[in-house]
Design a protein around this ligand. Structure first.
Ligand SMILES: [Mg+2]
Length: 406
């Protein structure tokens, strides 16, 4: 049974903005109108904006040029990725003191399963526990959270959205949906508000007149299945009622480690692209090693000047973690993508997935080593040395891969 679960979603408020202010108290810290993201020449997109800037219509994922037109007085700063990762880890560490069942769903979103802690917390209502968690995280990290509570991850996430700061109640807070009240709570949402209901699915649903939860709950399960097929019809039937049995997965590893860059101007030269790729591959593999991880799949993403995005991947027989091995594979993938379509590129990315814990990588057989396997012991040693030097002297030490945007 899942009805008795006590699940929270804790979501940091304007996370990237808050961290940008912490790392740059005299600049970003003093700007009321603050936009984080993009490239300095405003070609990139908005990652986040202060609530004051949002009042001008600035939104995440909006092209930076448009955001700056909407809010001309805004200060624009790059995303402080490393500080954000550190702060995310700090928040998670505080949350784990309340329950070991903490799943980091994104850089600033955490699911907590507090089922079974009722006695430990002397039957404290879930909302009261959530408020204590919020106060503790605020006191120890200076970051404020909005927390939603419910019997499922789906409803907890939507409740956290309701708890978010708004004009008029800028401090945000806690919203808990009591057991049994899920279906009623769901009625206020548009289908676009539900996780996994993207623009394409919305379009399909709209063809049947389905735009809101209210539109869907009128229909029988059979009707939805007839319209959408067994899997999606059943999925939607359950979700609009607030049913979602997905567990909080505390041990789930990050699914991928990735780095990408939107170029200030489109890049068409193969050598220039290879140089960018080298930087990205170095950073992604350094992140991988920071996390004590190895990866079996290397992917390269290329967004062409006309916004067509293409991707190529290769899964290796043995996991890798060294700069050289990741770059060697990524370079082949980039060449493949460029052969297929050769137009100026606007964005390049490297992602590492099929992750495992370091030390779990299979021993390369002697044969593979002699045949020049993807990654050799020497590659691993070199990467370890590079990490040590960067650890001592900062990410820019050794030049390669360190200089931009770190
Ligand atoms: Mg957030």
């Amino acid at each position: 049974m899942t009805t008795g679960r006590r699940i929270l979603l804790a979501d940091a408020d304007a996370f990237y903005v808050a961290v940008a202010r912490l790392v740059d108290p005299d600049g970003a810290g003093k700007a009321r109108l603050l936009i984080v993201g993009g490239a300095p020449d405003r070609r990139g997109v908005v990652t986040s904006a202060s609530y004051e800037a949002r009042a001008y219509g600035v939104q995440s994922a909006m092209p930076m040029a448009r955001a700056v037109r909407l809010c001309p007085g805004a200060t624009v700063v790059p995303v402080p990725w490393e500080a954000c990762a550190d702060k995310g880890r700090e928040i998670a560490a505080v949350l784990r003191r309340f329950t070991p069942a903490v799943e980091q769903a994104s850089s600033d979103e955490f699911y907590l399963d507090l089922s079974g802690t009722e006695r430990l917390y002397h039957d404290e209502p879930l909302a009261a526990t959530a408020r204590r968690i919020r106060d503790t995280v605020l006191a120890e990290t200076t970051l404020s959270l909005s927390i939603g509570g419910a019997t499922s991850k789906l409803v907890a996430k939507l409740a956290a959205g309701v708890a978010k700061p708004r004009p008029g109640s800028p401090s945000g807070g806690v919203h808990v949906v009591p057991p049994g009240a899920e279906a009623e709570f769901m009625l206020r949402f548009a289908l676009a508000d539900l996780p996994f209901v993207g623009p394409k699915f919305q379009e399909r649903l709209a063809r049947f007149g389905l735009r809101s939860v209210r539109d869907v709950v009128r229909h029988e399960r059979e009707t939805l299945v007839r319209w959408l097929g067994e899997r999606e019809g059943e999925w939607l039937y359950q979700r609009v009622r607030g049913h979602d049995a997905a567990p909080v997965e505390p041990d789930r590893e990050a699914k991928s480690v990735s780095r990408d860059e939107t170029f200030p101007t489109d890049v068409d030269d193969d050598d220039a692209l290879a140089a960018k790729l080298l930087v990205l591959a170095d950073r992604a593999s350094a992140d991988l090693r920071d996390g004590g991880l190895v990866a079996r799949t290397v992917s390269v993403k290329l967004r062409d000047a006309d916004f067509i995005t293409r991707q190529a991947s290769r899964t290796l027989p043995d996991p890798v973690r060294s700069d050289r091995a990741v770059y060697a594979v990524a370079r082949q993938l980039l060449a493949r993508l460029r052969r297929a379509r050769r137009v100026p590129a606007r964005l390049l990315g490297v992602a590492l997935s099929q992750l495992g814990a370091e030390g779990a990588e299979g021993q390369l057989s002697l044969l593979e080593r002699e045949a020049g396997g993807i990654e050799t012991e020497r590659d691993r040693t070199i990467s370890r040395v590079i990490d040590e030097v960067r650890g001592k002297f900062g990410p820019d030490a050794l030049g390669r891969g360190g200089a931009q945007g770190r």
